[in-house]
Design a protein around this ligand. Sequence first.
Ligand code: SAM
Length: 257
Amino acid sequence: MENANLKKMLDLKKQNFKIYKSDAIKFLKKLPNNSLDVIATDPAYSGMNNHLMLGKGRIVGKYKDKGKKDSKWFNEFQDSEENYRVFLSEAFRVLKPDSHIFIMFDSYSLVSLSHLVREYFNLKNIIVWDKVHIGMGHYFRRQSEFIIFACKGKRRISSRSINDVWPIKRLTRAPYPTQKPVELFSRMIMASKHKEDKEYIVCDPFLGSASCGVAALKNNCKFIGSDISNESILMSKKRLKEYQNNKIDIYEKTKDK
Ligand SMILES: C[S@@+](CC[C@H](N)C(=O)[O-])C[C@H]1O[C@@H](n2cnc3c(N)ncnc32)[C@H](O)[C@@H]1O
């Protein structure tokens, strides 16, 4: 892509958000170097799902229907080490010098992939998302997920009194599969953005229903994101427009002043 087009992708002067239907890596490859303030993302790992296919361990819907309309499973990002390294190197390239990245992991991908983050970033913390209520699972039932927090270069967070266990209730009956609470992304963004930051660009290349996008708008940031699924793009556009125009989050049913 020409340089002018690259810049256009990030031209957020007239709009507060832009979203693209694209594979995450292809999308990141189109962004200019050193252009984003923070990446906060919740990738669709394939490892955990394949793992849960063992025995009778199907947890939601039919895995073989993944990606089809109304399926509870979406297409996953193929999280081979090789693919994950490309994702991380692109994420590193597009982030500004001295910036932050937050990447969500389930317990399975935390063990299989998170060590790769260190090859590219300065890994600083693992934050535990405590979902407050017990969930499903084999052997021990799951109540937590994890967020790796890392820096490109050096950048402090906005407060020195944030702890690393975040109790935030999981969403039940949310419209998008594995939709995460906006509050989770809000905490990441609030930790990354400092009072003096004016235009702060937040990116989520695995958009889903745009929970990260709503969190970005709530915190007066600009947002750019992508997802491979049509359903995600349609739902996200609707949600972000409604939030931008009326401060209503239609998928969590909340209204801000
Ligand atoms: C775990 S969900 C994100 C949920 C989101 N955080 C929310 O709260 O709604 C992961 C998303 O990644 C998308 N996805 C899967 N493979 C992808 C790829 N290769 N590139 C971009 N998006 C992909 C899926 O369509 C799905 O919407």
